[in-house]
Design a protein around this ligand. Structure first.
Ligand code: XMP
Length: 335
């Protein structure tokens, strides 16, 4: 157990000693690790840090704006936002295979990041939010998430750049990274968010990805998350939660929760009209390590409210279903 202010000043000194007056680039994803790394490095070297934030159009509702507000506006970090939505949608058009989609998104991400960071010709360092579990994992066999993560983190920067790696979180576990983030002034809710996969909504839209689908999914997902956060937790038999430290609300009581877009249409009624629209599935799981997971026994009243709100507020969705599959045999994501 370490003392946070001491830890921060030591880490800051170390970064300063390492980079001197050099310039540093960092790829910001909106995730916890890269965000905390950015906040820490900015604390150490201020304007010598430039962040590149690639918005692939597969982020959650208002996520891009949130990242820019937090870093550029509140913390005064230099952030270059690359709006690459159209480019990603173009590459994904007509592609339905899940692994193919992952490859395209990962590959395109590296391409866009390299292109932007290649313009910052004075940079000598590439900073990454690598944490201790990443270090251990990449020493062993890579798993699915790791391949993508290494894409995001390492990239394949142009040979001529020959950047040196700056990885100030390499010795920290996730819970330590979160505490550090809060101590550096990042909002608690951001730092304690559920994990979000690198390919984003790309693996939560089944089959072909389209902007129209992503827009519907973002809104449905935001309603689900909002209701999870706003509904106080109550213990239900069979819940896999720590009874010593009861969660405050259902967002905290679940390890990961999200909506999935199903590109099939079903019939519904509205007023005296018939509708024929898309389906959204809700997924919420509880897990320690994400290798196995239980579906969360969310209260029926909560599920009912989320369903009503999505159907009433998101034109284009007329049916909501709840996923009651455990992992294994199902995976947490649907693709
Ligand atoms: P599955 O669906 O395999 O997910 O049960 C386990 C955990 O890994 C995350 N996940 C990914 N993360 N890139 C990532 O960065 C990916 O391609 C990817 N696929 C799954 C998933 O969100 C869950 O937390």
């Amino acid at each position: 157990d370490w003392n946070m202010p001491d830890y921060i000043s030591e880490a800051v000194e170390k970064i300063r000693a390492q980079v001197g007056s050099d310039e540093v680039i960092l790829g910001l994803s909106g995730g916890v690790d890269s965000s905390v790394a950015a906040a820490l490095i900015h604390r150490a070297i201020g304007d010598q840090l430039t962040c590149v934030f690639v918005d692939h159009g597969l982020l959650r509702l208002d996520e891009g704006k949130m990242v820019m507000d937090m870093f550029a506006k509140n913390l005064g970090v230099k952030v270059i936002r690359v709006d690459a939505e159209a480019q990603f949608m173009g590459k994904l058009a007509g592609v339905t295979d899940p692994e193919q989609k992952r490859k395209i998104i990962g590959g395109e991400f590296v391409e866009v990041f390299d292109q932007e960071s290649g313009k910052l010709t004075s940079a000598k360092w590439l900073a990454q939010g690598t944490i201790y579990p990443d270090v251990i994992e990449s020493a062993g066999k890579g798993k699915k998430g790791q391949t993508i993560k290494s894409h995001h983190n390492v990239g394949g920067l142009p040979e001529h750049m020959k950047l040196k790696l700056l990885e100030p979180l390499r010795e920290l576990f996730k819970d330590e990274v979160r505490k550090l983030g809060v101590a550096l002034g990042l909002p608690h809710d951001m730092v304690y968010r559920h994990p979000f996969p690198g390919p984003g909504l790309g693996v939560r839209i089944l089959g072909e990805v389209k902007k129209e689908y992503a827009d519907l999914l973002r809104r449905a997902d935001a309603i689900f998350i909002e209701e999870l956060r706003n509904t106080p937790y109550e213990y239900v038999a069979g819940q896999a939660v720590d009874e010593e430290q009861l969660p405050k609300n259902w967002y905290e009581a679940t390890s990961q929760a999200f909506a999935v877009f199903l590109p099939v249409k079903s019939v519904g009624v509205m007023g005296d009209g018939r509708t024929y629209e898309y389906v959204v599935a809700l997924r919420a799981v509880q897990t320690q390590d994400f290798m196995t997971a239980h579906w969360a026994h969310l209260p029926h009243a909560l599920l009912g409210k989320v369903s009503n709100r999505i159907i009433n507020e998101v034109r284009g969705i007329n049916r909501v279903v709840y996923d009651i599959s455990g992992k294994p045999p199902a995976t947490i994501e649907w693709e």
